[in-house]
Design a protein around this ligand. Structure first.
Ligand code: ADP
Ligand code: MG
Length: 239
């Protein structure tokens, strides 16, 4: 289980101090689809980056399977990012001059596997997202929705416990967004998916739970699909 406890984060740029996150606490189950909803600048990306070990909290704690990360060294964070987390970004972040098979293969960070095994696993990940027949295309030969599916395959190739997606449909039209959301929904069947979005319809339609952020503070936690999911007591929002 993943727990965020009283996390705060400030960014300092010259004289300006920006409170990106202000005392945020949240628990995640091993297997659920959580949407983090909030307007631009509310701290969504900061929260996701902290959960994924891409950025550090100033105070509070990120607790992974009951273990505090307060004393984590760089190599602990590296290992966490490489083995536990898969990341999907709004802008896909694919390598343009490599074909999609290589893009996925390059993300395989598990050591001690042969070249042919790498290829096999990358191919399987691309088959799972419905792109098994396009392995040798380069990203610029694909649509936005297809590129995002490649990015999801890349995020899944290490078989992470947690998939983090930062506005994964932000650059897609509504029809393609639905395809990507259906895929994320499928992925969430056997792992934790945390998706950041500013689209309330997508959040409410697909997520088991929607968390609202405003000005770096948690506003409300709402169980949507599954009424049995326990709702943790929240000062701001009593449900
Ligand atoms: P969101 O993803 O919800 O749009 P962010 O987490 O990106 O919000 O940003 C939260 C706040 O922190 C914003 O006010 C933003 O300007 C600020 N911020 C984010 N990243 C940085 C950074 N690297 N340096 C300075 N300020 C930042
Ligand atoms: Mg953002």
């Amino acid at each position: 289980m993943l727990q965020i406890k009283n996390i705060s984060k400030q960014y300092r740029t010259g004289e300006l101090v920006q409170n990106a996150l202000n005392d945020v606490s949240l628990n995640f189950r091993d297997n659920e689809f959580v949407a983090i909803l909030g307007p631009s600048g509310s701290g969504k990306t900061t929260l996701l980056n902290i959960i994924g070990g891409l950025d550090r909290y100033d105070s509070g704690d990120l607790i992974i399977n009951g273990i505090s990360t307060k004393k984590y060294k760089d190599r602990d964070w590296d290992s966490y990012r490489n083995h536990t987390i898969g990341f999907v970004f709004q802008s896909y972040n694919l390598i343009p001059h490599q074909n999609i098979l290589s893009n996925v293969e390059l993300a395989l960070t598990i050591s001690g596997i042969s070249k042919s095994e790498r290829k096999k696993r990358a191919k399987e990940a691309l088959e799972k997202v419905g792109l098994g027949d396009q392995l040798h295309k380069r990203p610029n030969q694909m649509s936005g929705g297809q590129m995002q599916r490649v990015a999801i395959a890349r995020a899944l190739v290490n078989d992470p416990d947690i998939l983090l997606a930062d506005e994964p449909t932000g650059a897609l039209d509504s029809e393609t967004s639905i395809q990507v959301m259906d895929l994320l929904n499928e992925v969430a069947k056997d792992r934790l998916v945390i998706m950041v979005t500013h689209n309330p319809e997508l959040a409410e339609k697909y997520a088991n739970r929607v968390v609202n952020l405003a000005d770096g503070k948690l506003k409300c936690r709402k169980a949507i699909k599954n009424p049995n999911i326990k709702i943790w007591a929240s000062r701001q929002c009593r449900l």
